[in-house]
Design a protein around this ligand. Sequence first.
Ligand code: GLY
Length: 380
Amino acid sequence: MRTQLFQDIVTSTILPLATKRIQRNHQIYAGKFPSYGDGDKQYLLRPNENWLASFWAGLLWLVYVQTNEEQDLQHVLDLLPSFEDRLDKRIRLNHDLGFIFTLSARVAHQFTGDESAKSLALRASEVLYQRINPIGQYIQAWGDKDDADEAGRIIIDCMMNLPLLFWAHMQTGNKKYYEGAVAHARISQQYLMREDNSSYHTYFLDPNNGNPINAKTHQGYADDSLWARGQGWAIYGFTMAAEWTHDDSFLETAKGAVERYFAEAPITDIAPYDLRLPEEAPVYPDSSADAIVASSLLRLADLTGETAYRDKAEALLVMLYDKAFDKRDDAQGLLLHGTQHTPHNYGIDTYTIFGDYFFLEGLMRLTGIAPDFWGNHKKD
Ligand code: GLY
């Protein structure tokens, strides 16, 4: 009952409203990239220089899927030169190449068949592949290869960068991309996932022999706490690894991570940015974590045939619509109450562009019209 009602609201109200809002934002942003909320009702705009840039492209693709209008396609294609420039000039590139070039170049090739978009995505895949430590068989998250402080660091977010390597394997037949992605997923499973299916944000390995050293948080409350969005990346990332490889152990990791998430984050409220906060710590909400989890649960439901995942996804999306969707006509963002980086104190309790992206992706998946940007899209 509730299901049909909510899906009708999504189709008749939320999707058209989101589309109009994103189209209006496109006029305002004029080639710049929204990152996180800045004051009331608006986004902070940045050049194409961080991991957030591609989510704006992703939102424009989601609009195009709905309208099928040539001008909406052109809006996102117009952004591609800035991604090419970024790769050419190596502007702040790290393991997030997967995020950055999936929702830009890979998807452009998916929709248009354009060979130059494909070649850009493949070039980005190769740069990502080159970040693999050959001894430890993991993708170095941050810093240059010769950065001694960062050479051994892996992070849970990187699970979402692996689909670009899987895609590169599919496109080229070169097994190194597949094997590199699988190796990194196994190392992440071994060291970033704890016994209780919760995740560390980051973990240091010895770059000279791959031996484990210690866990360290970056955006969570503490090294041994549970950064909510990181758990979301674990759920979505291992679900994708399972989709691409059909490896049951990745599926089990994703399912375990879901159980852990709901054991510590009640479905009826926006998750706090960290699920293991001590009483005295300030509690900032992170709607983006719930949006990431909701969208990945719908994939997990398709992958496993278990409808309980779909029910949970819908409950999360309903909760987000009720408690976080910005219903003001002149608002730029979709979801309020996201948190970008608590320890560095920016983007706190506000819009996050990735929260908007995964919320819209989740709503479209719920109503059966979501494209497949992270998996093995049949039309590729
Ligand atoms: N990938 C960085 C973050 O989730 O904030």
